[in-house]
Design a protein around this ligand. Structure first.
Ligand SMILES: NC(=O)c1ccc[n+]([C@@H]2O[C@H](COP(=O)([O-])OP(=O)(O)OC[C@H]3O[C@@H](n4cnc5c(N)ncnc54)[C@H](O)[C@@H]3O)[C@@H](O)[C@H]2O)c1
Length: 335
């Protein structure tokens, strides 16, 4: 099995990814600067899988990563999840996003090339598309980000493309829609505090951990709430194994959307949380977001054609795993 580096290993998606790659038998080296992530899941995974299979380092993508590549010889590929991803924050602090997401990625790929690690699976986002001109959104949709977050990822994609052209890097860039759920056994979940994800917030609201605020405007859907594409975090990471194996076997570098291809309204998610928890989600109104599109759903045909990937888990299963995670960790990871 390949030896891989996972960046952002202490974050939500990166920690679930680390768990899954370890379960598949990969040797994993994790890095995180813990600006937004947590050590606890990595300590837990190291005690479960042992130091021989999993080691992690506190490191910032913007700093010198050579000591890690020197020490961890034989890394074959990188799964790059480490980034900031709060759209609202990016509107008030764009500098954080360009420095971290764009420059952090550039510095990572430069170091990869220096150490002849030429395979990359990169977490991008549907935010690179900006306002949708049609749905479902496929990869041919114009790329025109409308937030610094989306732009910082779009620029990171450009960096990756240039390193592919000039330095022989091969990649799959996955443009995720909304990610939800926890690992299937609920051992690893999302600890963002405060969270900016609907499902997480609805569950926290149901358990009285934090009041739930509805921030979406009324739109033209049957229940008047926006429709988004919520993909289970394990399904999402399954595509990353396939993407990684694909680039390792010489597959063509490209961008691929990841979602379910169908959507759920905000109220549908709230109702599913109520059904699973047996508790009422008290909904109060927060500051309404402006310009929220009515419906954003991914076309996932390319993921299926290129990788043979399809999501398997239902929205209810995602809510169930995340509910169990919050029951065990109502206030998230400790450190
Ligand atoms: N969560 C979603 O719904 C979603 C949707 C689309 C794309 N994405 C992308 O997926 C990736 C992971 O998202 P997440 O939800 O797990 O976020 P997260 O904040 O939980 O995890 C990101 C991790 O990266 C780490 N990190 C950030 N900057 C770093 C740096 N300079 N050096 C080292 N570590 C650094 C953070 O400390 C954190 O642990 C991000 O790249 C994000 O843009 C997420």
């Amino acid at each position: 099995m390949a030896k891989i580096l996972i960046t952002g290993a202490g974050g939500y998606i990166g920690s679930v990814a680390t768990y899954l790659f370890l379960q598949k038998g990969y040797e994993v080296v994790g890095i995180d600067n813990f600006a937004r992530g947590f050590r606890q899941p990595l300590e837990l995974l190291q005690s479960k899988f042992g130091e021989k299979q999993f080691r992690w380092y506190e490191a910032d993508l913007k700093n010198d990563l050579s000591p890690i590549f020197e020490k961890e010889k034989g890394i074959q590929a990188v799964a790059h999840y480490g980034a900031f991803c709060n759209v609202d924050e990016s509107l008030t602090h764009p500098e954080l996003y360009f420095a971290n997401n764009t420059w952090g990625c550039a510095h990572l790929v430069e170091t990869m090339v220096k150490y002849n690690v030429l395979h990359l699976v990169f977490s991008s986002t549907c935010a690179v598309y900006g306002q949708s001109q049609y749905v479902p959104l496929d990869e041919k949709h114009p790329v025109n980000p409308i937030t610094p977050y989306g732009e910082s990822k779009h620029l990171a994609e450009k960096v990756v493309e240039w390193y592919a052209k000039l330095k022989g890097l091969s990649y799959v860039m996955f443009r995720y829609f909304n990610v939800c759920g926890a690992s299937d056994d609920s051992l690893i979940g999302d600890s963002k505090k405060p969270s900016f994800h609907l499902m997480q917030n609805a569950i926290r609201g149901a358990f009285g951990i934090e009041p739930f605020k509805l921030t979406c405007p009324q739109v033209d859907t049957p229940d008047k709430t926006p429709i988004r594409d919520y993909l289970n975090v394990v399904d999402l990471n399954e595509s990353h194994f396939m993407g990684l194996e694909y680039v390792l076997k010489g597959g063509q570098s490209q961008a691929i959307n990841l979602g379910t291809g169908t959507g759920n309204s905000v109220y549908e998610i709230i109702k599913t949380v109520e059904e699973v928890t047996g508790k009422k989600v008290e909904v109060s109104s927060g500051a309404l977001r402006k310009g929220d599109p009515t419906k954003l759903v991914a076309s996932i045909e390319k993921a299926e054609q290129v990788l043979g990937w399809k999501p398997k888990r239902t929205i209810k299963e995602s809510v169930e795993t995340l509910v169990k995670w919050y029951q065990q960790h109502p206030h998230g990871w400790k450190n």
